[in-house]
Write a protein that binds this ligand. Structure first.
Ligand code: XMP
Length: 325
């Protein structure tokens, strides 16, 4: 497989160019896969979703998708994967709710690297267990994109199911390996994927796990998930959703005093992070309108159990990383 983008390859900047790419990719996939079965780990992010849709177009139900819900997904995300791929597109989708398994393994683990290792390792184990139940799979599809190859920073390590046991002898299928992210989004739009999925902001493989700082507890994880959903809703209403590169909430593992319903409270703060960047190596802070921040604060402190304060992180990268862990 060609892994170097030819200099003559035109940048996909229009729906027409995206359609031409799709036509060629579908033909190549059909030639490569023939009548065999192909497996894909479908996270719901734009890359794996575009690969899934291309494969459905090319080989229909010869594609088997596995969606592992590690319990660290954003609110409504796994539901959307099921709705789009199983209900609307009629694809072969195996849904595995592994929430209990992940949270049990993560209980009491507060070191960020250990948390990542557990999440990545467990992900591969769950995926391999499901794959072992299937017969006749010859190919493994991956949503590798060009920056994954050229930068190989390794941050996508567990999305790409590289660590599968040696007993799995799949040939790789990587139809978007020569595309940049903006091209993947253009192709996703031309494939008719929902706009929300196509323009989804980057989401780390370990999910909300790295935003529930320290040892993950179920109640604090829920506070991360609910506050993130409110932030996304309010950013969309304020027209910021497509404008800000990445925005999310963090819940640290300390509490402070406050007053709720006339009574003293001792609850967690929610931290808002909203950054702009080109390549995630450096990042600047989005200056959010005060009224928008006030509305988000009001909603989070009143709607999310266990939270009594909202803070806005004004630290660029460097010195802060984008994520808190
Ligand atoms: P940091 O926090 O290092 O993040 O400034 C840079 C970008 O990478 C994402 N990120 C990850 N993505 N697995 C991923 O797939 C990870 O472990 C991981 N850690 C950080 C982060 O969301 C940001 O977009």
């Amino acid at each position: 497989m060609e892994n170097v983008r030819p200099e003559t390859m035109e940048r996909i900047t229009t729906p027409e160019l995206a359609n031409a790419f799709i036509e060629k990719a579908v033909e190549e996939l059909q030639n490569q896969i023939g009548t065999n079965k192909v497996l894909l780990a479908l996270s719901g992010g734009v890359d794996s979703s575009v690969v899934a849709k291309l494969l459905i177009k090319a080989v229909g139900r010869q594609l088997v998708c596995i969606h592992v819900n590690h319990g660290l997904m954003r609110k409504g995300e796994s539901e959307q994967v099921i709705e789009v791929f199983r209900e609307n597109l009629g694809s072969n989708l195996i849904y595995v709710d592994a929430t209990e398994r992940f949270l049990t393994k993560l209980a009491g683990v507060d070191d960020p690297e250990k948390k990542r290792k557990i999440i990545g390792g467990e992900f591969i184990e769950v995926f391999a267990e499901e794959a072992a139940k299937l017969d006749g799979i010859a190919y493994l599809a991956q949503g590798t994109i060009y920056p994954d190859i050229t930068e190989s920073k390794g941050i996508k390590s567990h999305h790409n199911v590289g660590g599968l046991p040696e007993s799995f002898h799949f040939e790789l299928v990587e139809p978007i390996r020569l595309l940049y992210k903006d091209e993947v989004r253009m192709v996703g739009g031309a494939l008719g994927l929902p706009e929300e999925m196509v323009n989804r902001q980057p989401f780390p493989g370990p999910g909300l796990g790295v935003r529930c700082v320290g040892a993950i507890t179920r109640d604090r994880l829920e506070a991360v998930r609910e506050s993130d959903a409110i932030l996304r809703e309010e950013f969309a209403k304020a027209g910021l959703a497509g404008k800000v590169w990445q925005y999310f909430t963090i819940v640290p593992d300390f509490k402070s005093t406050g007053i709720k319903d006339g009574k003293r409270s001792f609850d967690w703060p929610v931290v808002i992070r909203a950054v702009n960047t080109k390549d995630a190596v450096t990042a600047t802070i989005e200056q959010i309108d005060w009224a928008v921040l006030a509305r988000i604060t009001d909603r989070i402190t009143h709607e999310v159990p266990g939270v009594n304060r909202v803070l806005y992180d004004v630290t660029p990268k460097p010195t802060g990383t984008i994520e808190w862990e």
